[in-house]
Design a protein around this ligand. Structure first.
Ligand code: 4NP
Length: 170
């Protein structure tokens, strides 16, 4: 099977998308799927290029056993649409920016990350976003981490189900 390539996107690439990157990467590894799923993250903005994730994001993730220290911020670019199968936005503003950038022939999944969430406590009638925690307190980072864990569990299940369906049809 060809590897599935996942890109998480937020605004600055220092809070939400690196958290998703680290959490999802860790879950993929724990499931023994690292050879089948590759992970990256990027921001729609360019203010933090080359920086490590926000210290609050690093510490919050670390308390639950996820490492983000190896990550560095970069900006999403047009080539990403040729490189990734899943491009997953943290909020609707990120999604709208990505939709504006997407080539017409992009055939992968471009949607909100939490569309995949497995947690009913986060599901509502409308589309669900991971809120920007940058200007708030540490509790916002903790809430974001919980949402990202639920999204990551759901995304792994979805990718596994697809792989099984693909195997059965080939
Ligand atoms: P992120 O959070 O999009 O989750 O990385 C932000 C980080 C930085 C800024 C905004 C949001 N900023 O305006 O610098």
């Amino acid at each position: 099977m060809k590897p599935v390539k996942v890109l998480f996107v937020c605004l600055g690439n220092i809070c939400r998308s690196p958290t998703a990157h680290g959490v999802f990467e860790s879950m993929v590894k724990a499931e023994g799927l690292s050879h089948l799923i590759t992970v990256d993250s990027a921001g729609t903005g360019d203010w933090h290029l080359g920086e490590e994730p926000d210290q609050r994001a690093i510490r919050t993730a670390q308390r639950r056993g996820y490492s983000l220290r190896h990550l560095r911020a970069r900006q999403v670019c047009t080539e990403d649409f040729a490189r990734f199968n899943y491009i997953l936005a943290m909020d609707l503003a990120n999604l709208a920016n990505l939709q504006d950038m997407a080539p017409v022939d992009f055939s992968g999944e471009l949607r909100l990350f939490l569309d995949y969430s497995d947690s009913p406590s986060f599901s509502k009638a409308g589309p669900e976003e991971v809120p920007d925690p940058y200007s708030g307190g540490i509790d916002g980072f903790e809430r974001v981490l919980g949402m990202i864990e639920a999204g990551s569990r759901g995304l792994i299940s979805a990718i596994k189900s697809r792989a099984i369906a693909h195997k059965q049809s080939s």
